[in-house]
Design a protein around this ligand. Structure first.
Ligand SMILES: *[C@@H]1O[C@H](CO)[C@@H](O)[C@H](O)[C@H]1NC(C)=O
Ligand SMILES: *[C@@H]1O[C@H](CO)[C@@H](O)[C@H](O)[C@H]1NC(C)=O
Length: 165
């Protein structure tokens, strides 16, 4: 009798465990179904953008081809339902431009591949160090851009003139 009751108790626990496991799997697959991977063209564009930059502080370490979902890359946010990149937020020095430590800024050049991000609304590259180059003219061509911050990023020339031209 003892053996019997401990057996049924074991199977009861077993069943309970299975139910918990099933619920857990159900919940996590439910979460995944809401998650849209980033658009492949946009992922390639971001990789080319990274290629033009010098990233001494490894801020863009998560930006690698093996990591398929560019929506999870540092500084990137996507529209949840479409997977389109709508935000690049990479201010240098954590946005504290007054303390420009060497090495926490992005350098190099801004690749025109960014124009492939057709749904980009927000681009913040403030407080980086672009070494006095001109603001690229194509920056004025984003159709959906609502927020652009290139301040304290060591650009030469006037942004307004570049945007106008
Ligand atoms: C998108 O997903 C993130 C994380 O799951 C969530 O925090 C955010 O509120 C969602 N945004 C919209 C607009 O649904
Ligand atoms: C632009 O970026 C700088 C540095 O990150 C920040 O201090 C400033 O408030 C930003 N400007 C706007 C209009 O958001």
């Amino acid at each position: 009798m003892n053996a019997r009751s401990s057996y049924s108790c074991f199977s009861c626990f077993h069943l309970f465990f299975l139910v918990v496991l099933a619920l857990f799997r159900l919940c996590s697959s439910d979460q995944n179904s809401h998650h849209v991977l980033c658009n492949d063209v946009e992922r390639q564009a971001l990789l080319r953008f990274k290629h033009g930059l010098t990233d001494e502080s490894q801020r863009l370490a998560s930006w690698v081809a093996e990591n398929k979902d560019c929506c999870t890359w540092a500084g990137i946010a996507c529209d949840n339902s479409t997977g389109h990149v709508h935000r690049i937020h990479l201010p240098g020095s954590d946005g504290h431009c007054d303390i420009l430590y060497d090495g926490v800024t992005l350098k190099g050049e801004i690749s025109q591949s960014l124009l492939d991000l057709k749904h980009l609304k927000h681009l913040d590259l403030s407080c980086n160090d672009f070494g006095g180059i001109q603001v690229p003219k194509f920056i004025g061509s984003f159709q959906n851009l609502r927020y652009l911050n290139l301040s304290y990023s060591n650009f030469g020339g006037s942004i307004c003139r570049s945007l106008g031209g």
